[in-house]
Each structure stands twice: as structure tokens, then as C-alpha cells.
Design a protein around this ligand. Structure first.
Ligand code: UDP
Length: 238
């Protein structure tokens, strides 16, 4: 069993991370690989909460730009995160991981409603908790929901799974000379306008001394390695 540096973790999974090489929706193989990564650390007793995004299905801002009322579009975005949460729960249960979905907006027929103490209790009992519907409020993002839930459940760190292996000084996809940071401060992230998480989420982590680890979820065993304190991706701290 690995020697872990963090015991309770909040993992932020963007909708994009679920869509694999496609440009919309959910890729079953990606879900399967993800479930394996989660199972590896879950079996070792790591307590895990997950905030899932919805950008692979619906993004409020984009629809608002096309003329839809912003709050209305954001509620649709939040519903998209619930779809992803249910897909994740299904994949996790197939991998033998006990999982609960808790939504910030009440949907009693399909999942539990988020209650902080109940979420913590689930994790203590070894259940992975998937937080759906973001913060439950329009004009926010699931990054902010992740920062908020990480603080609320007293997570040791917030891990942000992306398709890139850390934070770069410029977009590594379009700039081959981009340099990756091993470690960077919240202040520098905000000052340089690095788009690792939105500013609200970064500021919330900064105020509450919540470390953020950004890593590429597609690398084998990366989640276990990151939790063991091995140098994986980029860490954002004081
Ligand atoms: N959303 C919201 N409030 C929240 C979280 C999410 O209104 O607290 C909406 C918003 O429209 C957003 C969509 O849900 O565009 C999907 O979330 P997000 O874009 O953060 O997903 P990701 O980029 O992580 O896939």
C-alpha cells in the first residue's frame, strides 16, 4: 500500500475529461479508466469527494452568448453536471466502488440532496461522494463548487484533473516553448491570469489555504502518485 500524504481529497473532474477524444458527451472507456484510478486509492482508504463539471454537455455562458437568459442557461448547465454525476456513479459501481450522488439542487427521485454533515459521514464510511449541480447557483462554475466543497468537507487538497499535465506559463497546445511550473503561488496564478481555475475558485482556495494540484488524469496511476506526494503536475500553494 502506498504511503499517502493526503487522506481526504476533493477531485474536480471537468466535463471535458469525460468526453475522451470526442467533442461532446461521455466516453464509456474514459469512465472505466477513471474508475480504475479511483478504485486504486479508494481501496487504500483514501476519502474521496468529486465535483463534476458539465461542459461536455452544456455550458451556460456559451448559450447566454447566443441570446439565452444567463441564469436559465446556467440552470441547464447544472442539470448537465447531474447527468455526468449519474454516469460516473454507474461506472464506479461497476468497478465495485460504493458511491453516492449528492445534488446542490433537490432531485429526490434520482439522488440525495447535498447536506454537508451527511456528505462527510458518507466519506467516513468509505463511500465516494459525487457532488452534482455545482453550487446550485447561476453565475458560478463547477471550479468554484469544487473549491467550496473542498473547504466545507475539510479536504487536505483539491485535485484538478485536466487533459494537460500541469500549469504552463502559456497555452502548451499552441506554444511549443511553454514552460511548466512544478509549483506556483495563488497570487501568481491570479496576477498572470493563468486559466487553471477561475479567479473566484482560486481566491477561495487562497483564503482557506487549500492546496491545488493540477495533473493529467490520462497518465497511468497519476492519482495515486499525486496523493503520495510524488512530483506530479503543478501544485498551487501560498
Ligand atoms: N453552473 C452554474 N453554477 C455552478 C456550477 C455550474 O450555473 O455552481 C453551470 C454553468 O452554466 C456552467 C455549467 O453549469 O457552464 C457547467 O459547469 P462548468 O462549465 O463549470 O463545467 P466544466 O467546465 O468543468 O465541464
Amino acid at each position: 500500500m502506498a504511503d499517502y500524504q493526503y487522506n481526504r481529497v476533493l477531485l474536480k473532474l471537468s466535463g471535458e475529461a469525460l468526453m475522451g477524444s470526442g467533442d461532446f458527451g461521455i466516453d464509456g472507456e474514459v469512465l472505466g479508466r477513471l474508475a480504475e484510478q479511483i478504485r486504486e486509492v479508494h481501496d487504500d482508504g483514501i476519502e474521496l469527494g468529486i465535483v463534476v463539471g458539465g461542459g461536455n454537455i452544456f455550458r451556460g455562458m456559451s448559450e447566454a452568448a447566443n441570446g439565452m437568459d444567463r441564469a436559465q442557461a446556467d440552470y441547464m448547465g447544472m442539470l448537465a453536471t447531474v447527468q455526468n454525476a449519474l454516469a460516473l456513479q454507474d461506472a464506479f459501481e461497476h468497478a465495485g466502488i460504493d458511491t453516492r450522488v449528492m445534488s446542490a439542487i433537490e432531485m429526490r427521485a434520482i439522488c440525495e440532496t447535498y447536506i454537508r454533515r451527511r456528505a462527510v459521514r458518507h466519506m467516513e464510511k468509505g463511500r465516494v461522494v459525487i457532488f452534482a449541480a455545482g453550487t446550485g447557483n447561476p453565475y458560478f462554475t463547477t471550479d468554484t463548487a469544487a473549491a467550496l466543497r473542498a473547504c466545507e468537507i475539510n479536504a487536505d487538497c483539491l485535485m484538478k484533473a485536466t487533459k494537460v499535465d500541469g500549469i504552463y506559463d502559456k497555452d502548451p497546445v499552441t506554444n511549443p516553448d511553454a514552460v511548466r511550473f512544478d509549483q506556483i503561488s495563488y497570487r501568481e496564478v491570479l496576477m498572470r491570469g493563468l486559466r487553471v481555475m477561475d479567479a473566484t475558485a482560486t481566491a477561495l482556495c487562497q483564503e482557506n489555504h487549500m492546496p491545488i494540484i493540477v495533473f493529467d488524469i490520462e497518465q497511468p496511476h497519476v492519482f495515486r502518485d499525486a496523493l503520495s506526494g510524488e512530483p506530479v503536475g503543478t501544485t498551487v500553494i501560498e
